[in-house]
Design a protein around this ligand. Structure first.
Ligand code: R5P
Length: 297
């Protein structure tokens, strides 16, 4: 049987090349562009008949990426692909997981249902499972969530002396402990109140015990950056200067990264699930390992 073909959607080419290399897979040729009227044009130039197709598409800013991705998957199926998988290092639409106001759509469920109709399997890194235990609660296909905690932990071990790891909220306590644990560092969590899309209040009631350590804020997502901005300011007032901000997924809406540095962050560091100059943590190794399960070996 021929090896799988990896197709990187626009913007995912460099991680695609690394993954194909790590898995000794072949990189397929995929063209995605817009017609003048704004509709999407998709063409698979590699022969996919009878082979597994693996699409790599990180899903920050998902609305503009989603239709070309579905068209590419359907094209592969139409051309005879044996299986069609999706690696989405950042999985979108995980945060609206409940009806907070009457009439709201629970978009995480609708998004999961739609992806499940077009792909045979899904691989992602640290999806935002806040009120859910696993992806299988909403995904109808085999869906695997990989954990970046060990690589975050390794980065801290190499780059930060005497760290204090601080998670974003009570639900993240175990995760923050896993990130801290590898270095024998303490982990605490913030008390967080979200007052709106861009308004967050935090406090770090346990921080006082750890004065003298370097504060390392860890979060799964940095989006508007307001959670971290509030935390950086709060920690500065408590005597922790220049906290390091570590995010798995740097979504960074508008000037979020610059705002964080202006608020007093000592550094902003993310994993390469979403391409950004702050990417210092490489997750290609864990993605490649996770992928083997779906590719049969
Ligand atoms: C929320 O529960 C997440 O863990 C993050 O704290 C949140 O997504 C960060 O968002 P923002 O950067 O917009 O404050």
């Amino acid at each position: 049987m021929k090896p799988p073909l990896f197709f990187a959607l626009p913007g995912n080419e460099s991680l695609g090349a690394v993954l194909a290399g790590r898995l000794s897979a072949e990189l397929g040729e995929l063209t995605v562009r817009r017609f003048p009227d704004g509709e999407s044009y998709v063409r698979l130039e590699s022969d996919i008949k009878g082979r597994s197709a693996v699409f790599l598409c990180t899903l920050d800013r998902p609305d503009e990426k989603f239709l070309p991705l579905l068209f590419a998957a359907e094209t592969a199926r139409d051309l005879g692909a044996a299986r069609v998988g999706l690696i989405a290092p950042y999985l979108a639409y995980m945060r609206q997981d409940a009806r907070f106001q009457p009439g709201e759509g629970i978009t995480s469920t609708y998004f999961a249902k739609t992806l499940s109709r077009h792909f045979d399997w899904l691989l992602t890194v640290d999806p935002h499972l806040h009120r859910r235990d696993s992806l299988s609660e909403i995904y109808e296909i085999p869906a695997k969530a990989l954990h970046a905690a060990p690589v975050l932990s390794a980065w801290i071990g190499k780059n930060v002396k005497n760290p204090l790891v601080i998670g974003p909220d009570e639900e993240s306590r175990q995760w923050a402990q896993a990130v801290a644990g590898g270095n024998g560092a303490p982990a605490i969590v913030l008390e967080k109140k979200r007052l709106g899309d861009r308004k967050v209040e935090v406090s770090a009631p346990e921080a006082g015990r750890y004065k003298g350590r370097t504060a390392v804020l860890v979060d799964d997502i940095i989006s508007t950056g307001q959670t971290m901005v509030a935390a950086v300011k709060h920690l500065a007032a408590e005597g922790f200067s220049s906290p390091i901000c570590l995010g798995v997924h740097g979504v960074f809406t508008e000037n979020a990264c610059e705002d964080l540095l202006a608020a007093g962050a000592g550094a902003v560091v993310t994993a390469n699930t979403i391409p950004h100059p702050s990417n210092q943590i490489d997750v290609s190794g864990i993605i490649a390992e996770g992928c083997r399960e779906f590719l049969g070996g």
